[in-house]
Write a protein that binds this ligand. Sequence first.
Ligand SMILES: *[C@@H]1O[C@H](CO)[C@@H](O)[C@H](O)[C@H]1NC(C)=O
Ligand SMILES: *[C@@H]1O[C@H](CO)[C@@H](O)[C@H](O)[C@H]1NC(C)=O
Ligand SMILES: *[C@@H]1O[C@H](CO)[C@@H](O)[C@H](O)[C@H]1NC(C)=O
Ligand SMILES: *[C@@H]1O[C@H](CO)[C@@H](O)[C@H](O)[C@H]1NC(C)=O
Ligand SMILES: [Cu+2]
Length: 481
Amino acid sequence: MAMRTRRLFLKLLLLLATLVLVTVNSYVTVTKYKIGNRTYYEKFEQPWFRHMHYDHDPVDADTKEESAFGKHYVPEDDVFIAPDWNAHELKYMGCLNRTCVCGYYRGHVKNGECYLPSGKILKRAVRHELRSMKDADRRQIENAWNAMKTSGLYNRIGRVHKYSGVHSGPAFTLWHREFLKRLEIALRDHMNNPDFGLPFWDSTLDSLLPDPKDSIIFSELFLGEVDDHGYVKNGPYHNWETMEGRAQIFRNFDEDDSGEMLNDARVDWLIQNPDINMILGATMPLTTCSMNHTLDARMLEFSHDYVHFFVNGDMSKSYSSSNDICFVYHHGMIDWIFETWRQNIQSREERETQYPKSDERCFPYWHNAENSMPLLHPLKNKDALSNGYTDFMYEYAPRATCSKERPDCDSPYLFCYIPTNEDQPPTCVSKVRRNGSCHGFDGYPICYWGECVDGKCDETAKKTAKDQFKKFDKNLVPFVM
Ligand SMILES: *[C@@H]1O[C@H](CO)[C@@H](O)[C@H](O)[C@H]1NC(C)=O
Ligand SMILES: *[C@@H]1O[C@H](CO)[C@@H](O)[C@H](O)[C@H]1NC(C)=O
Ligand SMILES: *[C@@H]1O[C@H](CO)[C@@H](O)[C@H](O)[C@H]1NC(C)=O
Ligand SMILES: *[C@@H]1O[C@H](CO)[C@@H](O)[C@H](O)[C@H]1NC(C)=O
Ligand SMILES: [Cu+2]
C-alpha cells in the first residue's frame, strides 16, 4: 500500500513537471481544418514557435520579374532623398581594422596603434546587451544616438538601408554586418568613451514572458513605450523624426500573428547548425533552383523576420525599419548569432571562404559572393566574410548567465529563472514593466517596479523580502529628452 502511494506520488510529480515544461519551454500551435461540415484541430507541440507560420515557399520562376526577385519595395509616393556617404566617410567607412579607420576619428597611428585626439588608444568596441550595461554607459550611447539624430547623420545612414539594404538571400547577413559596422564607427565618434560598441537587443530574454511586449525593454528606460496609436511616447528615442518626416517612431504590436521573439531553442539550433544554408542560404529561391536545403522556418533570416513582425509598424517593412532603433539593436543580435555560428562551426579559413554557390536559377546576382554591396562600396559581399570585423573592429561581451548556485544575472533588469525540470538549465529572463503581465512567475522578482499582484506588475504594491535577488539602482533617473 505504502509502495503504491509512493508510486502514485512520483507519477503525479512527473505529470506536474511535464505540465510546467509544456507551459514554459515549449509551445503548442493549433491548425484548424474544415473538412466537409466538420472542424478539426491539429495540435503541434514544439519549442520553436508561439504561433503557426505561413509556409516559406520558393518563388515561382514565372514571376521572377514582377516579384523583383528579392529587391525590396519602396512605396510609390515615397519622396526620394538620395542616400550617400560624404568624402570623409567614403575614405574610412569600408575599413576593417583600426589603423585604417584611425583618420576618421582624427587620430594618428603610432607603433601600429591608433591614438585618439584624447590620447586614448582606440580598442576593439565591445558590444553589450542593452540590459547588461551600466546605466551611465547606456546613457552615453543614447546621447550619442540623439546627437546623430539631431544632426541628420542617423537618418542619412538610415537611408542607405532604406534604398539599398539587401534581403532574401546569402548577402543579407553580410550586407547588414557591414552596415552595422559603419553605424558603429559613426556612433563611437560621438562618444566620450569609444570603448563601447553598438549595443544589441537579445530578444530571447523576452521570449519566456507571458507577454513579451510587456518586457522592461519596451519601457521608458530602454526602447520606450507607445501611446494608444503606437507612437513611441517616452524614453531615449522619443520624438525621433523618421526619414519620411513623421514626428515619432511607430510600433504596432499584435498586428501580425507571425511576430515573435527569438528564443533559446531557435538560437541554439542556429549556432550549432552544420548547414551553412541555414545561416546564409537563399530564403527566396526560385522554383527553378535545385534546392539543396529546405526552407526551414528557423533559418537565420526567417528567424530575424519574426522579430520585425512582432514590433511591426516601421519595423514591418525593410524600407522603413531603420527608423526604429529596434532595427539596429535587433540586427546586433543577428550579427551575434552569425559570429557565434562562425566560431562554433567554421575554422578561421572557412569563415573567410565559405559562401553559397552563385546560381541564377536560385537567387539574383546581387547575392553573389563577387557582387559589390550596394552603397557599401568598395566592399563586395565576400569581403564581409573577413575575420577583420571581430579581430579588429568589435567583439561581443559574454551573454548574461545564471545558475542554481548563483541565481543572479548581474543586471537589475534581469532575473534568473530556474525551471523545475532538471533537464532545463536556469536562464536569465527580462523583468516586466508597469502593469505588465507577470503570470506564471510567482516567487520570482519579475516586476521591475512593484510586485506581481493577480498576474500583473503593480507599481503600488510593496516589495516583499522574497525579492532576495533584486538589486536596486538608486542613481537611476528616468531619461528626459
Ligand atoms: C452540411 O450542412 C448543410 C447545411 O446544414 C447540409 O445541407 C449538408 O447536407 C451537410 N453536408 C454533409 C456532408 O453533412
Ligand atoms: C588594415 O587595413 C588596410 C586597408 O584595408 C590594409 O591596407 C592593411 O594591410 C590592414 N592592416 C592590417 C594589420 O590588417
Ligand atoms: C545543389 O547541389 C547540386 C549537386 O551537388 C549542385 O549542382 C548545385 O549547384 C547546388 N545548388 C546550390 C544552390 O547550391
Ligand atoms: C496601471 O494600471 C492602473 C489601473 O488600471 C492605472 O491606473 C495606471 O495608470 C496604469 N499605469 C500605467 C503606467 O499604465
Ligand atoms: Cu534590412
